[in-house]
Every structure is written in structure tokens, then in C-alpha cells.
Design a protein around this ligand. Structure first.
Ligand SMILES: [Zn+2]
Length: 317
């Protein structure tokens, strides 16, 4: 099965023509200061038509288009219920009509973390498993769960995808979602610089020099022996591990897949998370395996075919 696929990230939108478990052609559209989705539909259509042309096929050769969207999305109705300000105008747009008029194709939409999980199960780190949770460590912490081979969605399309908003500290920091002490508020990319700046001794840290910093700079400075960076890094890993246990207790997976740019340091992160899971997850059958995601930013794009198959199979919710 061939499909068009869009993965709507915060800084760029990934575009691809995919066939089953592989990408035939891909490109990405940079997104500058929150222009909203309406202004991007023209460039996106142009990019997708160019990708189709580059592999010598027409829209009609595809089964449909899939979009991974950063927000609460009801796959069953194609409705975007809530965003965290990214592409907020999409809630009021008829994207199904856009897809049909532009490409003659049906459209399926899902939460972006669920799409990444589908990709990793179909073609990546969780291939062959039916019970999987995924954590995506980025600006926020994405979550998704697969049970008995089906995405966990829930009555209001919110189940599973709020895994990063499971609280790890009821006296913790206020999260963008309104809750207190979410894993995302304690160790998401948007929160960590503020946490580091408040750390005792920050002024003497290598992190005090650059105007801005993120996980990459924190991990690099920690590797150089910077004590503040080391403490903040280790605290992040502990929060992620605690969040993994929460997801394990909620969704009973065999495998926990951890993705995101910070997985460049998977050799450090995964063993520590596994050790924490082995020690603290309550399990009567063994311990779930913590694995690094295998597909990077292609995971969401490769979720397209499994999602569209669900549509074509008559969507047994
Ligand atoms: Zn939250």
C-alpha cells in the first residue's frame, strides 16, 4: 500500500510518500513563527505533488493520506479537539475536503505520538509486538499505547496520548496542560532550561554562558564533568524512568519504546531507565524491555500505512 504522509512537528512538517514499511521520498517544510496551518496548505500540497512526481506515481496510486498532529485528535471523526497552541487554526478547518480536492484521496488523522508508535511497531524498535507504550522525549513528552495490537484511544480520544502528563510530583511544577508535576513539566524540553537556571551553582556552570540551551548542551556539559549539568541530566533521566513505570502500570506493555532527539545519548539513558523499571515496576510476568526508538523522525511518517489500513479494514474501535 502506498500513502501520503504528513508529520506536523513544531519546527517543521515532515512530508513523505510511503509504501508499507519504507519511505519512497521525503522532504520537510520549515515552520517559522506560528503562521497557522492555513498559510501552509499551499506549500504542503506543492511539496507532496513534487514528491509524487519524483517517484513517478500519481495521487490515485495512493490509498490515502495520513496526518500526525500534535494535539488531541479523534481519529474516528477526523476532529482535532485540542492543541497546545500549535496549528490551532486546524481545529476549524476541513482538512478532509482539502485532501480530497487536492489529491482525490481520503484523509486519516491521528495524534503524532500515536503515529510514531505505529511506525515503530510496523517498521522499527517494536516490530512484532502487540503491547507497547512509547515515550517521545522532545519539547514536550509524547505518549502513546498499543494494547492487544490496537491503539489505546478511549472515549474522548485522550487515552494513552497523555502519558507524558502523568504526574511524577504532586507538589511539582505547573504544566502547560494545567496539571501539577507532570513528567513533561519536570523533564520536558520546554521546562528543563528553567529548572537548570534555578539549580544551586548555575552561575558557575558552563550552561550559564550560552543564551539558550537544551538537552544537547546539558548532556555535552555533563560529559565534560559540569556538576550542574550532570545533576540536571540525571534528574531528567530519573523523571523519564519514573514516567516509564507509570506508563507500564497503566498499559501493561511488553516493550517501552523511547524516542526523541535526546536518544542520541541512548547508551546512557536506556540502561538507567531499564534498571529503574527492573527495580520499581510491579509485574507478575517479568519486566518490560526499554528500547530506544529505531526510526528517528521517520517514525511518524511510517505510521501512515498502518493507520490507513485501520480505516480500510473498517476500523474496529
Ligand atoms: Zn501536563
Amino acid at each position: 500500500m502506498k500513502a501520503l504522509s504528513l508529520d506536523m512537528g513544531g519546527s517543521h512538517i515532515g512530508c513523505a510518500v510511503v509504501e508499507d514499511q519504507r519511505i519512497l521520498a521525503k522532504d520537510s517544510l520549515p515552520v517559522t513563527e506560528a503562521p497557522g496551518l492555513a498559510a501552509l496548505l499551499g506549500p504542503l500540497a506543492e511539496m507532496l505533488h513534487a514528491l509524487l512526481g519524483s517517484v513517478g506515481i500519481a495521487g490515485a496510486d495512493c490509498a490515502g493520506m495520513a496526518i500526525g498532529f500534535p494535539g488531541i485528535v479523534d481519529f474516528r471523526t477526523g476532529t482535532i479537539h485540542a492543541t497546545l497552541k500549535k496549528y490551532d487554526d486546524a481545529r476549524h478547518m476541513d482538512l478532509k475536503e482539502w485532501c480530497r480536492s487536492e489529491f482525490g484521496l481520503p484523509l486519516a488523522m491521528e495524534n503524532d505520538a500515536r503515529m510514531a508508535l505505529l511506525g515503530e511497531v510496523s517498521a522499527g524498535a517494536a516490530r512484532g509486538f502487540d503491547d507497547v507504550t512509547m515515550m517521545t522525549l522532545g519539547t514536550g513528552i509524547g505518549g502513546a499505547a498499543l494494547m492487544h495490537g490496537k491503539l489505546v484511544r478511549g472515549k474522548h480520544a485522550q487515552a494513552g496520548c497523555l502519558g507524558g502528563h502523568l504526574p511524577v510530583d504532586f507538589e511539582g511544577r505547573l504544566c502547560a496542560c494545567g496539571n501539577i508535576g507532570c513528567a513533561e513539566a519536570e523533564a520536558g524540553g520546554w521546562a528543563v532550561p528553567g529548572i537548570a537556571r534555578g539549580w544551586p551553582g548555575f552561575a558557575q556552570s558552563a550552561l550559564a554562558s550560552p543564551a539558550s540551551f537544551g538537552f544537547r548542551e546539558i548532556f555535552n556539559a555533563a560529559a565534560e564533568g559540569d556538576s550542574v549539568a550532570t545533576a540536571v541530566r540525571d534528574r531528567c533521566i530519573a523523571v523519564w524512568a519514573s514516567n516509564a513505570v507509570a506508563n507500564i502500570h497503566a498499559y501493561d506493555p511488553e516493550v517501552v519504546v523511547v524516542g526523541g532527539g535526546v536518544m542520541q545519548s541512548a547508551d546512557l539513558i536506556i540502561p538507567r531507565m531499564q534498571e529503574h523499571v527492573n527495580r520499581h515496576a510491579w509485574s507478575g510476568w517479568g519486566k518490560p524491555e526499554v528500547r530506544a526508538a529505531a526510526l528517528g523522525n521517520e517514525a511518524g511518517l511510517l505510521g501512515a500505512v498502518p493507520l490507513l489500513r485501520e480505516v480500510l479494514d473498517g476500523a474496529n474501535f
